[in-house]
Design a protein around this ligand. Structure first.
Ligand code: DAH
Length: 346
């Protein structure tokens, strides 16, 4: 009779095992038949009530069944695992003949591209590329450049102030040009100096087709013995010829910037009409490119650079207007509207 119970248990266990459809059912099966409170354990516990003779046969049969079921369990688990793998390979199969999903390709902004061209030109002329802070002190943006508070020249740079007024004055601002890096650099370095400074500058201005409240500038500064306007002109001419063609000419017209003496507005003959006058240059034949000049001797001296021995030249250009010329874009605001119909063209 007890041996019958083992046989019976075997039949049931094998049947249930073969029917277990997945890992969950398999785990439940194991608890049910082989677990600590499972049915096989029940049989083994029941041995205590049997005669010695019966204990021998039933015990041996039950132990053999235990081993058999454990092996059968492992085999079934393997079968199920293989089946589910096969299924997932079949249903998840990649169709390599499908066309790929379109993906967008990024690119450098046209103003960045132009900036890199300009910096490459200056680098090859021996200038180092230096960057500086966009949030700047009045000291560097104005005072150190000979533009004291209440100086009328401050009107040239409408300013975004960052800090609150103290005693009617504020001292932290968004730099209105990259010129403050001239002062920062000369504070730390002595001649010979040759730097090009790319970066953002900000103006508190209403926007229109040629004005934006943010712009990208490149500033250059060179200080050495014997530098003169000829070096300035040659440097700028070389830059514009690289960008706009070897036949370009430039023109320097006297202008005023507090940090240079003399100061100049630099224009280039129009590369569209070669100076004859066209729509692109508003009929004048010339395109205004940048401000420049010889570094004011007072600035050199205030930096501890002897202005009797050293001279310097400086220039600053806004890239967005230049990029409008370069790429033929009619509205400066388009550069930063992130309209892919425009940007994808570059
Ligand atoms: N910083 C001036 C501006 O943004 C441009 C400029 C003029 C820079 C003359 C110079 C310079 O270095 O010498 O309006």
């Amino acid at each position: 009779m007890p041996n019958d119970a083992v046989t019976q248990l075997r039949t049931e266990a094998r049947k249930a095992l073969d029917a277990a459809p997945d890992q969950g059912a398999l785990d439940a099966w194991r608890v049910d038949f082989l677990g600590r409170k499972g049915r096989l354990t029940g049989v083994l516990r029941g041995l205590a009530d049997l005669s010695i003779e019966e204990k021998k046969t039933v015990g041996a049969a039950a132990n053999a069944l235990k081993l058999e079921l454990e092996e059968a369990f492992d085999a079934r688990a393997d079968t199920l695992r293989l089946a589910s793998l096969t299924k997932s390979i079949e249903t998840g199969r990649l169709d390599v003949t499908l066309p790929e999903r379109p993906h967008l390709q990024g690119g450098l902004h046209p103003v960045t591209q132009l900036s890199r061209k300009i910096l490459d030109a200056f680098r090859s002329m021996g200038f180092s590329i230096i960057e500086g802070p966009e949030v700047e002190l009045d000291h560097y943006n104005f005072e150190g450049l000979r533009i004291p508070a209440d100086h009328p020249a401050r009107d040239m740079w409408d300013t975004f102030w960052v800090d609150e007024e103290v005693d009617g004055r504020r001292s932290i601002l968004m730099r209105t040009h990259t010129s403050p890096m001239q002062i920062r650099f000369m504070e730390e370095h002595k001649p010979p100096i040759r730097i090009a400074v790319p970066g953002r500058a900000y103006r508190f201005e209403a926007t229109d087709t040629t004005h934006e409240w943010m712009m990208t500038q490149v500033e250059i500064l060179a200080v050495d013995e014997g530098l003169n306007m000829g070096h300035l002109k040659g440097t700028l001419l070389d830059l514009f010829r690289r960008l706009f063609g070897q036949e370009r000419q430039i023109r320097l017209q006297a202008s005023y910037f507090p940090f240079v003496e003399p100061g100049a507005e630099v224009a280039m003959d129009c590369y569209v009409c070669n100076g004859k006058g066209c729509q692109s240059c508003h009929g004048s034949g010339w395109i205004e490119m940048l401000g420049a000049g010889m570094v004011h001797p007072e600035i050199l001296d205030s930096m501890g650079i002897d202005s009797r021995k050293y001279t310097g030249f400086a220039a600053g250009m806004g890239l967005e207007r230049l990029a409008m010329q370069y790429y033929g874009v009619p509205d400066i605001r388009w550069w930063y509207q992130n309209d892919l119909r425009l940007l994808n063209q570059f």
